[in-house]
Design a protein around this ligand. Structure first.
Ligand SMILES: [Zn+2]
Length: 439
C-alpha cells in the first residue's frame, strides 16, 4: 500500500532527525532501523531482542539500543519471559505498547463532526460524533468546532495516559499536500488551510496534523479492517450528502497525479439532470447522495427546507425507515431509484477498475438490503459481464466512522514507519542517545 501520500501532509516537520545529538545521515539510518525493529515487533511480537536481531540482520547491541529508544517513545514494552527454543535461557519478550501512544482520526462532513482515537494496535479508545452544520457554519466556525473537539479528546486521552502520535482529518473534498482543502463542494469550502489552522489550536504538544480526502481514508480503513479487509482491488463509496470514491488497486490507494483521484460523485451521469453543489449538472451524487434520497423519500425534510435544524444522518435514516414502516409509498420508490442509479455509476467503476468488491459506506450501508438488489440488477445489465460476475457489493460495518477510522490508521502507519515522529515520553530511558550515535 502507498503509505507515502497520506504522510505527505504532515505540517509539523518530520525531518527533525532521528535522535538528539546524532548527525543527520546517521539519524536517517537510525530512524530506518527503529522502524524496522518496531514493525517486526508489531507483526511478530511477542519476540525477544535476539529474535529481532536474527530477523532483521541487525546486531544485538544495536537492537538493544533501538529497543530502548522505542520504549522511551512508548512504542514497545517488555512482557514475560519467552523461550526461544528448547535450550538456553529464556529472553524477555517485546510487544507493541498499546497503552501510551495513540492516534486520533477526525472527520468534518456536511452534517457532522466525528472522531475516533485508537491505540497503536488499532483498538478504539474514543468514538464520538456530533451533529454539526458544517455547510451553513462556514470554514472558520467549523474549524473552531473541530479544534474544540480535538482539544477535548486530547485532554481525555491525556487523563488515560495516552499521547496521540498525530491527528489526521478527513474532509470531503480535494486536499493538497499542505493539508489545504482546495475545494469541498458540499461544504462550500475553497482554499481552506485546515492543517495550518488546527496547528494553532490549543492542542497539547503541537501534535503533527495531516489532512486527507474522506473517501480515500475510508477505503484504507476498509482495506485494513473492514468487511473486505485484505481485498487488494476494492472501491469504497461514501454514502453521505456527497458521494466520493476511494479506489484500492493492486493493494495500493489510487491517488492520481495530485491525489485528487476518486471524485466519482462528480462524474456526470445525466446531461439534463439537476444542478450539483460543484456547479456542474447531473453529477452522480445528485442521483444517489443522501440529499437526493431525503428529497425523494421525505420531501418535507429535504436539505435546505424549513428552519435549519442540524440533523445527524442517522436521525434522517431513522425517519425514512419509520415512514417506510408506516407504509409511505414514496420511500420504496426513492430507494429503488437510488439503487438503480447506484448500479449505473457502479457499472462505470467496475469497467474502469475491475474491483472484486464495491464497499458501500455511510447511509448506503444502512439501507444496503434495499439498495443492493436494485443496484446489482442494473450493474449486471450495464457492466462488462466478465468483470461484473466476480464483483460483489458489501455493506461496510464501520458506519459513519469509516473515514475517522482510516484517519487514525494513517497516524498509526506513520508511527510504525517513522517512530521518531512520536515524542520521547521518558528521556531517562534512553540515556545512551545524547551524543552517542548508535545506528
Ligand atoms: Zn458535482
Amino acid at each position: 500500500m502507498d503509505h507515502s501520500r497520506p504522510d505527505g501532509h504532515v505540517t509539523d516537520s518530520m525531518s527533525r532527525g532521528g535522535s538528539a545529538g546524532v548527525p543527520a545521515d546517521q539519524a536517517t539510518v537510525r530512524r530506518s532501523n527503529l522502524a524496522l525493529v518496531l514493525r517486526h515487533v508489531s507483526a511478530c511480537g511477542p519476540c525477544t531482542r535476539s529474535a529481532v536481531a536474527a530477523a532483521t540482520g541487525l546486531n544485538k547491541a544495536t537492537v538493544t539500543s533501538l529497543v530502548s529508544e522505542l520504549q522511551a517513545r512508548g512504542l514497545v514494552k517488555e512482557t514475560g519471559p519467552q523461550h526461544a527454543g528448547s535450550v538456553g535461557r529464556p529472553g524477555v519478550a517485546l510487544v507493541l505498547d498499546g497503552s501510551r501512544v495513540g492516534a486520533l482520526g477526525m472527520e468534518v462532513n456536511v452534517d457532522y463532526i466525528a472522531a475516533i482515537a485508537t491505540d497503536l494496535a488499532g483498538r478504539v479508545i474514543v468514538d464520538r460524533r456530533i451533529g454539526f452544520d458544517a455547510m451553513g457554519s462556514g470554514p472558520e466556525r467549523s474549524l473552531d468546532e473541530l479544534a474544540r473537539m480535538a482539544e477535548m479528546i486530547v485532554d481525555d486521552l491525556d487523563r488515560l495516559g495516552v499521547t496521540p502520535a498525530g491527528i489526521t482529518v478527513a474532509v470531503p473534498g480535494l486536499i493538497d499536500t499542505t493539508g489545504t482543502v482546495v475545494v469541498a463542494p458540499n461544504l462550500g469550502w475553497r482554499g481552506v488551510a485546515v492543517a495550518e489552522r488546527l496547528s494553532h489550536a490549543n492542542i497539547a504538544g503541537h501534535i503533527p496534523i495531516t489532512v486527507d480526502n474522506d473517501a480515500n481514508l475510508a477505503a484504507l480503513a476498509e482495506y485494513t479492517s473492514g468487511v473486505a479487509a485484505g481485498t487488494s482491488d476494492l472501491v469504497y463509496l461514501t454514502g453521505e450528502v456527497g458521494v466520493g470514491g476511494g479506489v484500492i488497486s493492486g493493494g495500493r490507494l489510487l491517488g492520481g497525479a495530485d491525489g485528487f483521484a476518486g471524485e466519482v460523485g462528480h462524474v456526470m451521469v445525466d446531461a439534463s439532470g439537476e444542478l450539483c453543489r460543484c456547479g456542474r449538472v447531473g453529477c452522480w451524487e445528485t442521483k444517489v447522495g443522501l440529499a437526493a434520497l431525503v428529497r425523494m423519500a421525505t420531501p418535507d425534510r429535504a436539505y435546505g427546507m424549513g428552519p435549519q435544524i442540524v440533523r445527524d444522518p442517522e436521525e434522517r435514516l431513522a425517519e425514512i425507515e419509520q415512514r417506510r414502516a408506516e407504509g409511505d409509498p414514496r420511500v420504496d420508490v426513492a430507494v429503488a431509484e437510488v439503487g438503480r442509479w447506484l448500479g449505473i455509476g457502479t457499472a462505470m467503476l467496475v469497467n474502469l477498475f475491475n474491483p472484486r468488491v464495491i464497499v458501500l459506506g455511510g447511509y448506503f450501508a444502512r439501507l444496503a438490503d434495499l439498495l443492493i438488489p436494485a443496484a446489482q440488477q442494473t450493474l449486471a445489465c450495464l457492466g462488462m459481464s466478465s468483470a461484473v460476475e466476480r464483483c460483489r457489493f458489501a455493506a461496510s460495518d464501520l458506519g459513519f466512522g469509516a473515514a475517522s477510522r482510516g484517519a487514525a490508521g494513517v497516524v498509526v502507519e506513520r508511527a510504525l514507519y517513522d517512530p521518531t515522529s512520536v515524542k520521547i515520553l521518558t528521556p531517562s530511558a534512553i540515556g545512551m542517545i545524547e551524543g552517542t550515535p548508535m545506528a
